[in-house]
Design a protein around this ligand. Sequence first.
Ligand SMILES: [Zn+2]
Length: 265
Amino acid sequence: MALSNKKKILITVILAAAAALYLGGRSFLETCYYPSILMYHSVDDHGAKLKLSIPVKEFRAQMKYLRDRKYEIISSVQLADMIKSGKKIPRNIAVVTFDDGYLDNYINAFPVLKEYKVPATIFVISGSIGKPDFLTAAQMKEMSDAGIDIESHSVTHPFIEGTTEEGFKREAVGSKKAIEAITGKPVYTFCFPYGGFNDFTRGILRDAGYKAGFVTMPRDNSIALDPYRLRRIKIASGPFSSLDFRIKTSGYYIWLKAHRWKKKK
Ligand SMILES: [Zn+2]
């Protein structure tokens, strides 16, 4: 019988730990660490968005886990500032992000985020604000006032690899202005739709006043902490497994994934 993905990951973790000890323990682990930046979409018991949705109970269990295990949960902007400062990143960092700005983030996730005092980041598509199933301006303002960062996920959610420089500039600048007009706070971080980026995105984001850009999991093996290409860990649906979540929030999951792409090439 084939091994399940979870078992494969666990075996890889054990092998990696053994390799780490063999290769000089601490200093090796230092080079493999990457802060755990979690990517959510919908929090919804009906699983309306299938693979992108997780039930409220699971989401609460995950936030409780982070708090119980004394993670330092910071916002996307705080992470960007931390990287820019050049100081050593603490080994217990977790960042909770949501993509697209769905209505259920307000209805289902926001109460849990308040309960566990999680300074999450919601990346909204400015052109979708107030549309059916998406957050309204009033909901965004209320969450922003309560300490949730409302950041940019473009105006129209295009695949960036297919846009022109001018087109990307419009997406980056237009969404930033629209969101800032609602929350009254500066927008400092950008999340790439579908995780696609380009050679010109870094310069355009920087010029527009962004401190960081978030991707998903590019298929390359670099685990350098590049503020304009920060890698995130997708939290998928399925019954909450503390083992699975523990691996994903270990600080070494990105290294493991990057290592896997490298092997496959
Ligand atoms: Zn998206």
